[in-house]
Design a protein around this ligand. Structure first.
Ligand code: PXG
Length: 294
């Protein structure tokens, strides 16, 4: 999507115009996908769960032996600086940290200094109509990678697996794709966690089934606690989703969105469910009432 106004990008300590924000072709983030990222939202002048996101970024860095020259607090400040430089009140932040410039060859120790850039922009994942009427989803043949290769907790710059799953979904005429793990249990969608509602109880797969430990996923646990709604983790098959009363997806970009159809089976009565709508409403209120002001 083309920006109406030129965006200001935080890049390695300076805020520059997007036309100046360039990184080397020898950066291992480009050459090998060797790097990590985060996606964060801000609403009405406040960043939602900023510290949690930056802490998760640092955990991803630790897991891939990427030593960061900044503290969590500094990265939070740089994030706020980037938003202010763009004069935005609502939007989306993308932080990317690459292994940095090195020579050809996988060896990450050839890269001396990591690079970081921060983008603050808008994001629209799904049209408004889908938040009211719900999403139709298809199961992808592309599986979520097993933790025996790379942990699904690392938000790495290797998202090709998810991108290919998304392509499968789009080609099938759906806006989102469900991804299973190697054993055939539900992991998550291409960029969202999955929940079902059955007999008044909210259920989501444990992250050990291959999903990212989503920050929005955690918010649903918090909200269920506050609203007195029962919630638990359990491994799910597609059958459990087909026969659920309701279903919804969560993610920073997607927020909370009802899923009303999977593989041409209507979920419940094919309309967004009552509990899902209650949680979506509570989520919308929460994101506008807490967060780090900038
Ligand atoms: N699963 C995966 C694989 C993700 O990448 C989520 C679930 C939801 O997690 P949060 O913490 O956001 O509730 C994600 C989130 C982007 C982008 O363009 C980022 C994600 C997904 C899709 C797009 O920045 N990450």
């Amino acid at each position: 999507m083309r920006a109406v106004m030129s965006r200001k990008i935080w890049l390695d300590g300076s805020i520059v115009d997007e036309s100046e924000a360039k990184i080397s072709v020898f950066d291992h983030g480009i050459l090998y996908g060797d790097g990590i990222f985060e996606g964060i939202r801000f609403y009405e002048g406040r960043v939602f769960r900023l510290t949690e996101h930056i802490e998760r970024l640092f955990l991803s860095a630790k897991a891939i032996l990427l030593k960061l020259p900044w503290t969590v607090e500094e990265v939070c400040e740089y994030t706020l600086d980037t938003i202010r430089a763009n004069g935005l009140k609502d939007g989306y932040i993308r932080l990317v940290i690459t292994r940095g410039v090195g020579d050809l060859g996988l060896n990450p120790y050839l890269c001396e200094v990591p690079s970081m850039f921060i983008i603050a922009s808008g994001i629209t994942l799904y049209p408004d109509e889908l938040y009211e009427n719900g999403l139709e989803v298809v199961t992808c043949s592309t599986r979520r990678p097993t933790p025996a290769s790379l942990s699904p907790q690392v938000k790495s710059l290797n998202y090709l697996n998810n991108v290919m799953a998304k392509v499968e979904a789009l080609k099938a005429g759906a806006k989102e794709g469900l991804m299973l793990n190697e054993q055939g249990y539900v992991a998550e969608c291409t960029g969202d966690n999955v929940f079902i509602v059955k007999n008044g109880e909210v259920i989501t797969p444990p992250v050990s089934d291959g999903s990212l430990d989503g920050i929005t996923r955690q918010v649903i646990f918090d909200l269920c606690g506050e609203l007195g709604i029962s919630i638990r983790e359990a491994s799910l098959t597609r059958y459990d989703i087909y026969t659920a009363d309701e279903s919804f997806l969560t993610g920073t970009a997607a927020e909370t969105i009802p899923m009303v159809m999977l593989d041409e089976r209507e979920i419940g009565n094919g309309r967004p469910g009552e509990l899902s709508l209650k949680l979506i409403d509570a989520f919308r209120k929460l994101v506008r009432s807490e967060g780090t002001a900038f």
